[in-house]
Design a protein. Structure first.
Length: 155
C-alpha cells in the first residue's frame, strides 16, 4: 500500500490531512524522529511477525524491543519476524513504511502498552518517508487493533 492508500483509509476517520510526507527517509526510528522533530520513543514502530501461516503486526514505542518470553506467553509461539522479502506481500506495505492502517485482509494488529505513556505517537503512513500523529486511543480505533498487549522491554 502506498501513502495515498493510507490517506484514503484514514479519510474514513477524517484524519487523512494529518499524514506528513518528508523529503528524507523516515524508514527507521531514528530517521523518523528526526523528520518529525520528536524523541525516538514516540515513534510507533510496526513490527511484522509470522504466527503459523498468518501475519500479525505489533506496534510498539520506538525505544522498545520484543521480549521473547512475553511474546511467547501472549501469542503461544516464539517471535519470528517476517523475512524482508515477505513483508510487503503479507502486510501490504513496504519495509520502512509498514503501518497498522489499510493492511491486507486477515492481518491482526496488536498495540504494545509501551506507547500508553505518551499523549501522541507517530506511526508510519505506508511509505518510507511518511508518518501520522495520533493519540493512543485514535491508534486503537483507526487501526482496528485486536488488543493492547505487553510484549516488549526497553532496548
Amino acid at each position: 500500500m502506498s501513502v495515498e492508500n493510507v490517506k484514503s483509509y484514514l479519510a474514513r476517520f477524517g484524519v487523512d490531512d494529518r499524514v506528513m510526507e518528508f523529503e528524507t527517509s523516515s524508514a527507521t526510528v531514528e530517521l523518523a524522529a528526526e523528520a518529525v522533530g520528536t524523541e525516538p520513543a514516540r515513534i510507533a514502530k510496526t513490527l511484522s511477525f509470522a504466527v503459523g501461516d498468518e501475519c500479525i503486526l505489533v506496534v510498539t514505542a520506538g525505544d522498545m524491543k520484543i521480549d521473547n518470553k512475553k511474546f511467547k506467553n501472549c501469542f503461544g509461539v516464539k517471535a519470528k519476524m517476517l523475512s524482508l522479502d515477505a513483508v510487503e506481500s503479507m502486510t501490504g506495505h513496504p519495509v520502512g513504511g509498514v503501518c497498522p492502517f489499510g493492511v491486507k485482509q486477515g492481518v491482526k494488529i496488536y498495540l504494545d502498552d509501551s506507547m500508553k505513556r505518551f499523549d501522541s505517537v507517530y506511526p508510519a503512513a505506508g511509505s518510507s518517508n511518511s508518518a501520522v500523529e495520533m493519540t493512543c486511543d485514535e491508534l486503537m480505533q483507526f487501526s482496528n487493533a485486536e488488543a493492547w498487549v505487553d510484549v516488549c522491554k526497553e532496548s
